[in-house]
Design a binder for this molecule. Structure first.
Ligand SMILES: [Zn+2]
Length: 492
């Protein structure tokens, strides 16, 4: 049922937390959208940022020092749609966590807690106390993950939410409940200061589209389903061909690629009215652009350069085209399908960019573990795709840090204590050797190719240097070599 929980953190896995840690001379991107500034010194005590000071300063004698001269420092990244993986993928938790941490992800939201409620809450607790090497975990569970089974009435919905509240979950991942049940789930969650996120399946969007769900008080829309439907102005139901079958993953994904063009035209009255109402409802979009990328370029996703070293054989198998596996729909994927999806992306991205421009919150979720997307790597790709949507790189980093932290804090009505670099915030940070604003590709564990002007030779540069979580400093490249070892062992 569940994958293996992570092993206990071994001595030498991460240094600290320290009484005093002094990050010296970094260029800081603070997560708010403010421009980079440096050199700055960041003083950390235990698991907390105590001070951020500009200029050149010598560290106190009793401080541990990271010489960050020439490096960039950002808040730890938040992945708002991060499945820990499952038996089908054959991915031990250690493998998934280390891939995330190696890419600077220090907080994840588990949308569904597929390994079970108790399993996920136990991992959340073990991560919070740093007994394991893992990002902070915000645990969202699906209706029905209790002894009483499916949640079909409003009363059951409220009972379920109350039960989940006593368990200590952070929120709910909703999908295809009937509208009155969905409404009760969301309402009870909001009353109890628990979060709600929904993947509105095509089987229910005719009754609950994104706007309907936002009006019910839903916190965030996962992916994008339900958004074009909220924007229809000349139909009610997606234009399905007569031989369509939702259970057929090819039908599902290929027709979805023709969906955005069925919505109201970009910039039309309808488009604006819906967007403005979503903004007024303080609705968050967690688009997970990266997980659909194979639809517009299947070869790119399949042949990504990290698969050879970092993708477990069981995960590779899981990714193979197969009518039986979710998301493995490309058993007859055509040029026409890719062309349609490229158009689909343009309309979707234009909506996201304008939503951001009008003050809407867009977060970064990756949904890795499906469709050739590898944990960590898939997350960095999400940053690139937001840039492609029109986001300035500083806006992308803001989405990846502050916005994710705001969403998770707001959903549970707790003060935000991570996601920006400020005194009193938790010491969750990412240190990189290259300027991420110049090129997000430098954040991939495999780095990127760059000409060295001194030698006139091309080199591979990049990869995160250090991921700091709760004041504990992890060498990101060591985390990656642990992952490589796990993969090599599995290959033998
Ligand atoms: Zn998902």
């Amino acid at each position: 049922m569940s994958i293996k929980p992570a092993p206990e953190r071994k001595p030498g896995e991460g240094q600290g937390p320290f009484k005093k840690l002094f990050i010296k001379g970094a260029t800081m991107i603070d997560g708010t959208g403010a421009p980079p500034r440096g050199p700055v010194n960041i003083i950390i005590e235990g698991n907390q940022i105590k001070d951020v000071k500009g200029g050149i300063e010598s560290p106190p004698e009793d401080a541990q020092v990271i010489d960050a001269n020439g490096m960039y420092v950002m808040p730890g990244f938040v992945d708002t749609h991060a499945h820990i993986g499952g038996e089908a993928q054959g991915t031990p938790a250690e493998y998934v966590y280390k891939l995330w941490m190696a890419h600077g992800v220090t907080t994840i939201r588990e949308p569904g807690s597929g390994n079970g409620v108790d399993w996920t809450l136990s991992e959340k607790e073990r991560s919070a106390s740093n007994k394991i090497v893992a990002p902070r975990i915000s645990a969202y569970i699906r209706p029905g993950m209790w002894e009483r089974g499916a949640v079909r009435t409003q009363e059951e919905a409220r009972d379920f939410v109350r039960w989940a509240d006593t368990k200590g979950v952070n929120g709910f991942k909703l999908s295809s409940s009937d509208p009155h049940v969905l409404k009760a789930l969301i309402d009870e969650a909001n009353q109890r200061e628990l979060g709600s996120a929904a993947h509105l399946e095509q089987t229910i969007v005719t009754r609950t589209n994104a706007l309907d769900a936002a009006r019910m008080g839903l916190g965030s829309l996962e992916h994008w389903y339900g958004l074009p439907e909220a924007l229809y102005d000349d139909r009610l139901v997606q234009h399905y061909p007569a031989d369509y079958n939702y259970t057929n993953e090819y039908d599902r994904f290929s027709r979805a690629g023709r969906l955005w063009k069925q919505a109201a035209a970009l910039g039309s009255d309808k488009w604006n009215t819906v967007m403005n109402e979503l903004l007024n409802l303080n609705f968050t979009l967690s688009p997970t652009l990266t997980i659909y990328e194979a639809t517009r370029d299947v070869m790119r996703a399949r042949e990504a350069e990290w698969h050879g070293t970092y993708t477990l054989p069981s995960l590779r198998d899981f990714f193979q085209p197969d009518p039986e596996s979710h998301g493995s729909f490309f058993f007859d994927w055509t040029t026409a399908d890719e062309v349609a999806w490229k158009e689909n992306y343009k309309l979707w991205m234009a909506f996201l960019n304008e939503y951001k421009n009008r003050g809407g919150r867009v977060t970064t979720g990756s949904d890795s573990g499906f469709i050739y997307k590898l944990y960590g790597f898939g997350y960095i790709r999400e940053l690139e795709l937001l840039q492609e949507s029109g986001f300035h790189p500083l806006e992308v980093i803001r989405s990846a840090t502050m916005n994710g932290a705001e969403l998770l804090s707001e959903e549970n009505n707790i003060p935000m204590d991570f996601g920006v670099i400020r005194p009193n915030m938790l010491a969750d940070l990412v240190l990189v050797g290259e300027n991420p604003l110049h090129n997000f590709k430098t954040l991939y564990g495999t780095g990127t190719i760059k000409l060295n002007p001194e030698t006139n030779k091309v080199e591979r540069v990049g990869g995160v240097e250090y991921t700091i979580k709760d004041g504990i400093v992890y060498d990101a490249k060591e985390l990656l070599s642990d992952v490589e070892q796990i993969v090599n062992d599995a290959k033998e």
